[in-house]
Design a binder for this molecule. Structure first.
Ligand code: 6GU
Length: 241
């Protein structure tokens, strides 16, 4: 069946872009299915309360565990990965996107305020994998935009979602390096030229040049990625760049 994505949030309309563009096409074609759920449907009080003051004191509000328990009972099939976006999470990476895309689906729990009572993630881990993840070193108001980011990174790796023309195998990060620059017509634009090797017709020379540009760009912009490559990832020719 389709790759199943469920999102629980207090701002369901924020997830409308999930049905647009590449993911919208994948839904239409039956490759992906999406459910967006308002957490407040699992509250019991007239005020539909989802948050409360933190034990121990301090600023902000914490999301109460009871609505989350009922929400996950309703939408999370046992064994399905629960993803909790949080600035206090492990960094989300392309390698995680690859791993998650091979699973049957994902459930996202979007926190607001100062996050969700920690017992929700602790309890949820008894029924399947739980990933508390961050999309970068900055603070967002809530997890909803991070869910848009992660669902796009994951679903474009699902077989059939991308066409052959936009294949994922040569993307930045797929081999641990950044992609080098790309060019199209015209050959001269406002005094700037396309690198002549790309016009040479020499496919071996073009591949060597692209590899060198990829290495140079990664060394300049992301030296941490170069340092993290496995020992055998670089050839002698690579090291000469
Ligand atoms: Cl996943 N959530 C929030 N609220 N802030 C973030 C984040 C996630 N990743 C970076 N900052």
């Amino acid at each position: 069946g389709p790759f199943r994505i469920d999102v629980v949030t207090i701002f369901p309309e924020y997830l409308a872009p999930l049905r647009q563009s590449l993911l919208g096409k994948a839904i239409e074609r039956g490759l992906v299915s999406v459910g967006v759920h308002d957490l407040r449907q699992w509250t019991d009080d007239v005020h539909r309360t989802v948050d409360d003051a933190p034990y121990g004191g301090g600023p902000g509000m914490v999301m109460k565990p009871e609505p989350w328990g009922q929400a996950l009972d309703a939408v999370r099939p046992p064994g399905t990965r629960l993803v909790v976006p949080t600035p206090a999470g492990r960094p989300f990476t392309h390698a995680m996107a690859v791993e998650w895309a091979a699973e049957p689906g994902l459930v996202f729990a979007c926190g607001r305020y100062e996050g969700i009572d920690q017992r929700v993630a602790d309890w949820a881990a008894e029924a399947g994998p739980v990933s508390e993840v961050s999309i970068g070193d900055y603070v967002l108001a809530g997890g909803e935009s991070a869910v848009l980011v992660m669902t796009e990174a994951v679903t474009r790796l699902i077989p059939g979602v991308l066409g052959n023309r936009e294949s994922a195998e040569f993307d930045s990060h797929a081999d641990g390096l950044l992609e080098g620059p790309s060019y199209t017509r015209p050959v001269t634009w406002r005094g700037h030229e396309v690198p002549p090797v790309l016009l040479s017709g020499n496919h071996a020379a073009i591949e060597r040049w692209r590899r060198a540009e990829s290495l140079r760009r990664t060394a300049t912009r992301r030296p941490d990625l170069l340092a993290a490559l496995p020992e055998d990832a670089l050839t002698d020719a690579d090291r000469a760049v």
